[in-house]
Design a protein. Structure first.
Length: 291
């Protein structure tokens, strides 16, 4: 069985992007059910799939995140990865779906888990808001705070990859991706066509789809009057090429294949390179001769 991709709520399990996209495992009410039920569910997933990657929003209740950490610790398993990138809820749902796409390929569990940290760099995630008065995840100046109290004000905010904030006006625009993407839009209680009629054409998106607003989005953005958006790479072949083009190695602690400098399963970072350590230990005159 392929590696399981789990999410903590059903709204993070987006509809499949293609016929190869694997279904997400939804860990429903993980903080409200008895601990032994949560343990049994996770143990079954590990036995069936070998490895489990749990994608959890940083906006999720603290009780959810603590319960996941408790379950992993009690099972004493390094085959469970808890992955919580700093993305708004819609962007996180898109990333989870990309991992579900890649889970159908011949990628080892460690490489698949590491792929999330790579693909996050290709996601542009933001929202159109009626107010930034309660927005605390993106830097907001005093002038913008003051203008947010003016009736009819709207703000375009990009949270990732680089924070941006502009007040909507004739010349307002956000800097978008420099490569071809699709856009996913989730409408809250705000009425506006700025995202679909102005932003999407300016970003030259190749396609646009709509979905329901994630339950955690109003809390993340500080208001329920919003339209959340996210651009992403939809094609499995492109995602696979990106991941397989990166040099991979083995975790020095658990031995699993990884890409990058940190194992997502055991959280170990690589020790200092032996060659670098040897060079640092050489006498100065020898280091000069080698250099």
């Amino acid at each position: 069985m392929p590696t399981a991709i789990a999410v903590t709520s059903a709204d993070l399990a987006l509809s499949p992007q293609d016929e190869r996209t694997l279904p997400a495992v939804v860990l429903r009410d993980v903080d409200q059910r008895p601990l032994d039920q949560a343990l049994a569910e996770m143990q079954t997933l590990v036995e069936q799939h070998g490895h489990v990657i749990v994608v959890c929003s940083r906006a999720a209740p603290l009780a959810v995140r603590r319960r996941l950490q408790t379950v992993r610790a009690l099972l004493e398993s390094d085959r469970i990865a808890l992955f919580s990138p700093d993305l708004p809820p819609l962007g996180l749902a898109v990333l989870a779906r990309q991992l579900r796409q890649l889970a159908s390929c011949d990628l080892s569990p460690g490489v698949l888990a590491s792929a999330g940290r790579l693909l996050v760099h290709y996601i542009h995630s933001g929202a159109l808001l009626n107010s930034v008065a309660r927005l605390d995840r993106v830097p907001v100046g005093l002038k913008s705070h003051a203008k947010s109290w003016m009736p009819g004000s709207q703000f375009a905010v990009l949270a990732h990859p680089e924070p941006q904030l502009v007040r909507i006006g004739p010349e307002a625009m956000l800097t978008g991706p420099e490569f071809g993407t699709w856009m996913l839009v989730a409408k809250g209680q705000l009425q506006s066509d700025w995202v679909t009629a102005t932003l999407a054409p300016a970003w030259n998106v190749l396609g646009l789809r709509e979905t329901a607003l994630p339950a955690d989005s109003p809390g993340w953005w500080g208001t329920g009057r919003l339209i959340e958006f996210c651009t992403y790479l939809p094609d499995l072949s492109v995602l696979y090429q990106l991941v397989t083009s990166v040099r991979r190695g083995s975790c020095h602690w658990c031995g699993i294949d990884v890409i990058g400098d940190r194992c997502v399963f055991c959280s170990a970072t690589p020790p200092a390179h032996d060659g670098l350590r040897d060079a640092q230990d050489r006498p100065r005159e020898n280091r000069t001769a080698v250099g």
